[in-house]
Design a binder for this molecule. Structure first.
Ligand code: FE
Ligand code: FE
Length: 200
């Protein structure tokens, strides 16, 4: 099978643009995304590519992120101005296209939404969002053992759990809470309730 992207070259380049911690995290997300793709019958290479690139803009300083946005007509919301780290998702899409020549809309969407989530995510959106949360280097989130097992069984139910825990955590700090996260939670909570009703 022909590789669509040179993932080793991507990894090499990322290593140069990320600090040591971020690069380790990136590799954790790459392989966790691959494992989740196996569990859910998704394209492995796409999952690995999105996993590798999801934080490709994370180590760009905030003022430079804002500059890239204004130069390239990338809209910056009020919440993103006050918490510019949120911008690494949008800027990540730009960097993935410009510096890594990735145009696959599924991969770009997964990068775009990996920080906040959104309602009705695609399989790859969910794989990357969850791989980012559960990769082996993570250790701070609550219920990690449960959530890790759940991610391999049921992506939607896992989204519900993770968004619930995330909102409980971010709720203490509304300045960094993007409305997309609340919208995502409402969507997956509704799904969760409907399915519980169906399974009764
Ligand atoms: Fe990120
Ligand atoms: Fe990440």
């Amino acid at each position: 099978m022909k590789m669509r992207y040179d993932l080793n070259a991507f990894a090499k380049k990322l290593k140069k643009h990320q600090d040591k911690y971020r690069f380790q995290h990136t590799q954790g997300v790459r392989y966790t995304a691959a494992a989740l793709a196996m569990a859910h019958g998704y394209d492995l290479e796409k999952a690995e590519t999105a996993g590798l690139l999801h934080d490709c803009a994370k180590c760009i300083p905030n003022d430079k992120k804002l500059k890239i946005c204004s130069k390239n007509q990338i809209a910056v919301s009020e919440i993103e101005y006050s918490a510019p780290f949120l911008l690494h998702a949008k800027v990540g899409v730009y960097v993935a296209r410009e510096k890594y020549k990735v145009e696959d809309p599924e991969i770009l969407s997964a990068i775009r939404w990996h920080t906040t989530g959104k309602p009705d995510m695609s399989i790859l959106d969910k794989i990357i969002y969850l791989a980012d949360y559960i990769e082996p280097g993570r250790n701070k989130a609550p219920n990690l053992n449960t959530v890790r097992a759940l991610a391999f069984r049921d992506l939607d139910e896992c989204m519900y759990q993770v968004l619930k825990d995330t909102l409980a955590y971010l709720g203490n700090n509304p300045k960094t809470l993007d409305s997309a996260t609340k919208d995502a939670f409402d969507f997956y909570e509704k799904l969760h309730k409907e399915r519980r009703y169906e399974n009764r």
